[in-house]
Design a protein around this ligand. Structure first.
Ligand code: GDP
Length: 309
């Protein structure tokens, strides 16, 4: 796996405390149709170019292309503490003409990480387990549709009890603010109707300061985050350089909260909720998986039947 070093401006105190002894592993998956800006967003989030060497398949190859899942490592170091961030990309997802079940390999991948962890936990060296479980999945939704498509629903249903899902509206610069709000509401309604569980932000501690509480409330209200990604630094007429997308009519700034929710997403991922995402993965999602494995051991044949369903 390739490694790159990225300096982080503000590694949260919660991580400092908890990972001072052990170091810290975090695995972030991006999923969704190809071309929605997944790699661009990842590069924008972690200020690095992880996809320089990426080879995009020809259109003809995409028709039958099997899903390949790529893992890339970024080592984040701040104040002597290392966070090993693994990014799992699912290129080509939803690309093929026949998309039925094309998401199964992604589901399988998430389950395999649980299986591995369960094996390691039952093994001899259980103190030094490498945690490769997927702690969070950023799911990219097209800004051009009228909400979730059947493929989105099928994928989200298949993984919602295995991974923390954070839905994002991709390429939000394609939408006017009113359209963005309408699409967000539509997606929230659909998630409710389809009974899809996405990551639930924990309640804010009552002793937090007012500023923190306001930011926290704002962040919760902006789900699904409407994001814009760009690897380019734009200088407009001598003003300060910004990460953005330049159009003939003006510039969309990635880190401008009036333009999109990028900052909210980055803040939650790298500053405020990394630890909680790990805890939910371990205490709820992995525990659920472990319990169902134990149950199926108690009832031989049950697991096979469940996996055939
Ligand atoms: P991926 O296949 O999902 O990883 O998508 P890429 O990151 O390769 O992006 C596909 C194309 O969309 C590229 O031409 C990007 O420059 C463009 N793109 C990426 N992010 C955005 C965005 O936020 N807005 C717009 N308008 N285009 C974007």
């Amino acid at each position: 796996m390739d490694k790159e070093y990225v300096g982080f401006a503000a590694l949260p105190n919660q991580l400092h405390r908890k990972s001072v002894k052990k170091g810290f592993d975090f695995t972030l998956m991006v999923a969704g149709e190809s071309g929605l800006g997944k790699s661009t967003l990842i590069n924008s989030l972690f200020l690095t170019n992880l996809y320089e060497d990426r080879h995009l398949p020809e259109a003809s190859a995409r028709l039958t292309q099997t899903l390949t899942i790529e893992r890339r490592g970024v080592e984040i170091e701040e104040g002597g503490i290392k966070v090993k961030l693994t990014l799992v990309d699912t290129p080509g997802f939803g690309d093929s003409v026949d998309c039925s079940d094309c998401w199964l390999p992604v589901v399988r991948f998430i389950e395999e990480q649980f299986e591995q962890y369960l094996r390691d936990e039952s093994g001899l060296n259980r103190k030094n387990i490498q945690d490769s479980r997927v702690h969070c999945c950023l799911y990219f939704i097209s800004p051009f549709g009228r909400g979730l498509r059947p493929l989105d629903v099928a994928f989200l249903r298949a993984v919602h009890d295995k991974v923390n899902i954070i839905p994002v509206i991709a390429k939000a610069d394609a939408l006017m603010p009113k359209e963005t709000q309408a699409l967000k509401q539509r997606i929230r309604d659909q998630l409710k109707e389809e009974e899809i569980n996405i990551y639930q932000f924990p309640d804010c501690d009552s002793d937090e300061d007012e500023d923190f509480k306001r930011q926290d409330a704002e962040m919760k209200e902006s789900i699904p985050f409407a994001v814009v990604g760009s690897c380019e630094v734009v200088r407009d007429g001598g003003t300060r350089p910004v990460r953005g997308r330049r159009y003939s009519w003006g510039t969309v700034e990635v880190e401008n909260p009036h333009h999109c929710d990028f900052l909210n997403l980055r803040r939650m991922l790298v500053q405020t909720h990394l630890q909680d995402l790990k805890e939910v993965t371990h205490d709820i999602l992995y525990e659920g998986y472990r319990a169902s494995c134990l149950q199926s051991l108690a009832r031989p044949g049950a697991r096979d039947r469940a996996s055939r369903r």
